[in-house]
Write a protein that binds this ligand. Structure first.
Ligand SMILES: C[S@@+](CC[C@H](N)C(=O)[O-])C[C@H]1O[C@@H](n2cnc3c(N)ncnc32)[C@H](O)[C@@H]1O
Length: 218
């Protein structure tokens, strides 16, 4: 059963979508495009935002479900899908509720959701990983982009050390690859997103993490 109350995150991100979030670059971050041909569908995009990444994979012919906690983000994602005449399932849904879901996916993509939970209270990371474990198929793959370390001078952004990232997926997962990547961000900095001035570069980890098979070897 979902034990997590994400109300504060929902409020925070709803405010972000009233403006132009810095992460909205209108296309997938490069590492996702580089590994695209290796990704097996159907695909679940957690924290899909306005859907650029989900739509990219849908254009490649995959069945894609995108979930996000913010209504406005999902509305925009649905509009974008309609504009492109693509059939993508976009739902307002909290990632932690996946623990109660009967969905199963061979591939999960996360561009910037897990790092939202990079704080000292490990409860958030643990519940996120448990939720994903519930819906990923045995031997399924998580493609994850998450901020690296805490950008110097930024009060608002956080991130993972290599150890912290590996520890979060230490049990029942295996890292197939992990690399650093400087993510693209929007450059039209507004007063509300002044934190970007202190952190113009968004250094991230891009990791391909395999869920191990079941105990019987399947
Ligand atoms: C940094 S943004 C990345 C958005 C999108 N993946 C992209 O690359 O443009 C993080 C996203 O996670 C969403 N989010 C935050 N908490 C969430 C939760 N508990 N469940 C689902 N989505 C959540 C936010 O609304 C936001 O869209």
């Amino acid at each position: 059963m979902n034990m997590i109350d994400s109300t504060a995150y929902k409020e925070e991100f709803t405010e972000h979508y009233e403006g132009s979030p810095v992460w909205e670059i209108g296309k997938p971050q490069a590492p996702f495009m580089e590994i695209a041909d290796a990704v097996q569908g159907p695909i679940l995009d957690v924290g899909c935002g306005t859907g650029s990444l989900a739509l990219f994979f849908a254009e490649k012919g995959h069945a894609v479900t995108g979930i996000d906690i913010v209504d406005a983000a999902i509305e925009r994602a649905r509009e974008k899908a309609a504009g492109k005449k693509l059939d993508v399932t976009f739902l307002v849904k909290d990632v932690f509720t996946l623990i109660d879901s009967d969905w199963r996916f061979p591939s999960i993509i996360d561009c910037g959701l897990f790092h939202v939970f990079a704080n000292d209270d490990l409860k958030w990371q643990r519940h996120y990983v448990k939720a994903l474990e519930h819906v990923i198929e045995p031997n399924g793959t998580l493609y994850l982009m998450a901020a690296k370390d805490k950008p110097e001078g930024s009060a608002a952004l956080s991130g993972y050390s290599l150890d912290a990232l590996q520890n979060a997926f230490a049990e029942g997962w295996e890292f197939e690859s992990i690399k650093e990547f400087v993510a693209e961000v929007r450059l039209n900095i507004s007063p509300e997103t002044a934190m970007r001035r202190a952190a113009p570069e968004w250094t991230t980890w891009f990791a391909v993490i395999k869920r191990k098979g079941l105990a019987d070897g399947s």
